[in-house]
Design a protein around this ligand. Structure first.
Ligand code: HEC
Length: 139
C-alpha cells in the first residue's frame, strides 16, 4: 500500500513537471522591428533651398545665371536639364563636388564645370542646400 502511494506521488510529480515546463514562455516572440534603415543616416545632410539659393547667387550665378537658366557659352540651363532630373540628390551632390571636365564624355558644351563651381571650401551642407535649390527651380 505504501509503495502504491509512492508511485501515485511520483506520477503526480511527473505530471506537474510536465505542465510547468511544457508551454514555451511567451518570450519567444519575434524581435521588435529593426532600427531605422542605415540608408537614412547615409543620405547626408538635408538641403535648405533658401540658403542654397543664396550660395547659388555667388558660386554658380556667373555661369548658370541668376535663375539657373544658363549663360550662353558658359553654364547650361539647369531648370530644363533632363540630366538633372534623372539624378538623385546624392548623385547631384557628388557631381557638384567633382564638376565635369571639358573632355568628359557627358560634356556637351566643350566648357568645363569646375568642382564646387570653383569654391574648394564649400561644405557638404552647402552643397546639399544648393541641390535643394536646384530642385526647386527645376521644371
Ligand atoms: C565657370 C563656370 C561654371 C560655374 C561657376 C558653375 N558651373 Fe555648372 N556647369 C558649367 C558648364 C560649362 C556646364 C556644362 C558642362 C557640359 O557641357 O556638360 C555645367 C553643368 C552643370 C550641371 C549639369 C547640367 C547638365 O544638364 O548636364 C549642373 C547640375 C551644374 N553645372 C551645377 C552647378 C552648380 C550648382 C554650380 C555652383 C556651385 C555651378 N554649376 C557652377 C559651368 C559652371
Amino acid at each position: 500500500m505504501k509503495k502504491l502511494s509512492l508511485i501515485a506521488l511520483l506520477v503526480v510529480a511527473v505530471m506537474l513537471a510536465a505542465c510547468g515546463g511544457g508551454e514555451p514562455e511567451p518570450t519567444a516572440t519575434p524581435a521588435p522591428a529593426a532600427a531605422a534603415p542605415v540608408q537614412e543616416v547615409a543620405a547626408g545632410p538635408v538641403g535648405d533651398a533658401a540658403n542654397g539659393g543664396k550660395i547659388f547667387a555667388t558660386a554658380c550665378v556667373a555661369c548658370h545665371g541668376p535663375e539657373g537658366k544658363g549663360v550662353t557659352g558658359l553654364g547650361k540651363d539647369l531648370t530644363t536639364s533632363e540630366w538633372v532630373g534623372e539624378q538623385t540628390d546624392a548623385q547631384l551632390v557628388e557631381f557638384i563636388k567633382v564638376g565635369r571636365d571639358a573632355t568628359h564624355p557627358l560634356n556637351t558644351t566643350g566648357v568645363a564645370m569646375p568642382p564646387k563651381g570653383g569654391n574648394p571650401a564649400m561644405s557638404e551642407q552647402e552643397i546639399a542646400d544648393i541641390v535643394a535649390f536646384v530642385r526647386s527651380i527645376h521644371q
